[in-house]
Design a binder for this molecule. Structure first.
Ligand SMILES: Nc1nc2c(ncn2[C@@H]2O[C@H](COP(=O)(O)OP(=O)(O)OP(=O)(O)O)[C@@H](O)[C@H]2O)c(=O)[nH]1
Ligand SMILES: [Mg+2]
Length: 258
């Protein structure tokens, strides 16, 4: 409540009310300062369908251990992770739940409308998404890779609409990184997978990216496609950790960190 409102307001002298507002200002200052620092970190939405590895990727990007339970249940609420770095070169990641639930719609509204993010990492898994309730990192029996790729395209359509709406409302360009995850499962076909997800490739996914760029204007949407893997990414010197490092470096460039 403002310091000079309410029943007592008409009795307050000007001096009294200015003391009151000074006290109010002091009381809210730490919060405001914290808010200012938080805002200095670029915000990044992590999107993609359920089971592609968003939670694990966000944890690797912020150097957190992922508890097994977090991976088995699947996320239905937005996860927030902060990567802190020297000279404010950090990021705030907002992981949008992949499961199609009301909470997902609310999360999509938040990151693409209410508090629009600076960039998007859209995670795909080349047909290797894990079904919930299945332990381990392999695809579910009875769901073909083709079906998974089809589901991924549908999922992308929803996110692409939101990105388009955000891009047309904003003057500054938006960047999008397609993170082709789980490359440890198809180590011999990484180039082929990256090609499949790339603009201008003529593939079903590539065509959707081209459509999005056509809609919002190529200059307003920068698109990058990078292979990643979060398996053993915490082991230094592993291929996965090198890929995560490359992704972080790329996010830094895109956000103007260096
Ligand atoms: N082989 C392999 N498995 C991975 C990789 N990344 C994630 N996984 C596994 O894939 C499963 C799903 O990962 P999550 O991070 O929970 O996926 P998610 O996208 O957050 O899924 P939702 O929360 O349901 O939206 C887990 O069993 C992970 O261990 C990877 O790079 N390689
Ligand atoms: Mg998750």
């Amino acid at each position: 409540m403002p310091a000079n409102s309410g029943q007592g307001a008409s009795h307050s002298s000007p001096v009294r009310s200015s003391i009151n507002s000074a006290v109010t200002a002091i009381a809210t200052t730490p919060e405001k300062i914290a808010g200012m620092f938080r805002r200095r970190y670029p915000t990044v939405a992590i999107t993609g369908m359920s089971g592609v590895g968003k939670t694990q990727l966000a944890d690797r990007l912020t150097k957190r251990a992922t508890p097994d339970v977090a991976l088995e249940i699947g996320s239905t609420v937005m996860e927030r992770r902060t990567r802190r770095s020297a000279r404010l070169q950090g990021f705030r990641f907002l992981v949008v739940p992949g499961e199609n639930a009301a909470t997902r719609l609310t999360a999509l509204d938040e990151v693409f409308h209410d508090a629009p993010v600076d960039g998007v990492v859209h995670v795909v898994a080349n047909g290797y998404a894990t079904a919930r309730g299945v332990s381990g990192s392999h695809k579910v029996p009875n769901v073909s890779r083709e079906e998974q790729l089809g589901a991924e395209l549908e999922d992308w359509t929803i996110t692409a609409h939101r990105i388009a709406a955000m891009a047309v409302r904003r003057d500054a360009p938006i960047w999008l990184v397609i993170a082709v995850n789980k490359t440890d499962l198809f180590a011999d076909e990484i180039d082929k997978a990256v090609e499949y997800y790339s603009p201008g490739s003529g593939s079903p996914f590539g065509n959707r990216i081209d459509e999005l760029r056509g809609l919002v204007g190529g200059a307003k949407l920068w698109v990058d496609v990078l292979p990643v893997s979060t398996q053993d990414a915490s082991v230094s010197g592993s291929p996965s950790s090198a890929m995560i490092d490359t992704l972080v470096e790329r996010l830094g460039h895109l956000s103007g960190h260096s």
